[in-house]
Design a protein around this ligand. Sequence first.
Ligand code: GLY
Length: 341
Amino acid sequence: MHKEEYLFSKKKVSYLFDYSINQLQQLVDGDIILLTDQTVFNFHQQKFAGYKTIVIEAGEAFKHQQTVDKIINQLIEFDADRKTMLVGVGGGVVTDIMGYVASVYLRGVEFAFVPTTILAMVDAAIGGKNGIDVGVYKNMVGTINQPKFLLYDNSFLQTLPTEQWINGFAEIIKHACIKDAKLFAELQHNSIEKYKNDAVLLAALIQKNVSLKTNIVVNDEFEQGERKLLNFGHTFGHAIENLYQVPHGNAVSIGIVLAAKISEEINNFYSVEKDSIVALLKQYQLPTTLNVDKGNVFSILTKDKKRVGDNINFILLNKIGEAVIQPISITQLEDLMHQIL
Ligand code: GLY
């Protein structure tokens, strides 16, 4: 067990590594209400015994306002008050929705996360952005609000389906591409199987990614600069994710390939490095292409949150391990998409 603390603008957040969900009650003084999804609940029912638990349907398709309303009604039934601690136990959908509900219920109550997927452990549960989708538009509504703590209980990974392991590695590869060439090389020498079968190697990988992302967010919580780099692969990724119902990591993987190709096209990014990225994504069984309707995708892209006037702040690579923010005009982006896709 080990604890790290990070100071965000309004809050100190504790990261509890190698803990067990069974320690939750010891960590919280007052009443706790858990939120999870049907999949996690079915696999780990005994871990929720004795807790008031709200169970939502699993999947991105349920990350919307109707689910928020249902949760709020259940919180009212459970008499949740300002002293209640809400804990999201699950993947990115659960942590996003929990953070959002906790930020608006009674104008804000305390919350914490127990991320149960690779993707949530290294990315979704970190950083305080919590939100919901509106139709095909990802995370259109939300807040930036940090949880009190994140509890890492890697026993949840024992029941994680292979496609969710694959999904999570897209964000790990993203981190390597934008910030850490050494991590990129480590990933080249390993595989999902190897990480699955080596708890120490896996724990080190998770912690490395947690600290990489957290350090970026601590330095730029409200995304004025460096935090934007974490959007690498996400502009295109978000545009296709809900439109084609592609799992988040898979959509990001395809978005990373597009961003690497644009980097090659307009940023002197070496072709051989782009090829290494595509090869690494394939090594981790991630998709690198998708047949899309360019018109539909483009119209969603123009609604991207990162759009400023006629430009979208696109994240490109200078080299593996070094990313840059580059405004690209909507017209140029449309030309590039037609050229590359
Ligand atoms: N919740 C994900 C983030 O803040 O980036």
